[in-house]
Design a protein around this ligand. Sequence first.
Ligand code: PRT
Ligand code: ZN
Length: 224
Amino acid sequence: MQTQRLRIAIQKKGRLSKECQDLFKRCGIKFNLMGERLVVHAENMPIDLLLVRDDDIPGLIMDGVVDLGVIGENELEEVGLERAALNEPCDYTKLRRLDFGGCRLSIAIDKDEQYTGPRDLQGKRIATTYPQLVKRYMDEQGVEFSPCMLNGSVEVAPRAGLADAICDLVSTGATLEANGLKEVEVILRSKAVLIQRTGEFSADKQALIERILTRMQGVIQAKE
Ligand code: PRT
Ligand code: ZN
């Protein structure tokens, strides 16, 4: 069901939410995020912001439920691969890469273990929240592995005896260090991105998207 108003999905609470809200505010969209609402109407433009878990944003775009979304490339690519494997809709358009949410998806092992290359991971069990991205990387390397799917506490899996290695997001490396792990392969470098659903847009919505993109260009350039 498409509405007249442009629907933008952003993370409700988490690492992307503040910068995301700031970005749209700087683009001139006025809104007030008080309370626990799912949908927030912009005060000065025909725009609704949807405040959701980041995990839901790729699917909302790929199913055409919302028009625009901001999401980390790690999550976007994982969901895209998962949907493609299930023959579910997985199309979207990347409008622009943003200047926040930077991190890398990396494989890490016990810091005292020898490592010479991906072959050393042959037959290992790898704990991760990103099984599709790990499989894509390992297939490219021609290395077999067993997955261990965890939605949290990935970094403790080796110590807990659940896995031999992990593949998780890293920014400063402090979490790996604190858990006695070392980063051995970077499999994806990720940033937040602005994405759009595929399909038709009314002329009004199209014009509004272009206006937002032009302003965003100015906002991001001004920061550089
Ligand atoms: O509740 P919801 O599902 O919406 O949020 P979430 O908990 O799934 O996601 P959130 O808010 O933690 O992260 C949202 C997005 O931020 C991620 O999908 C990434 O695109 C991006 N991002 C950037 C990060 C990090 N940096 C990051 N460091 N996401 C997670 N981390 C975690 C990482 O998983 C590890 O536990 O931080 C830890 C490592 O950090 P360092 O600095 O110790 O290396
Ligand atoms: Zn999430």
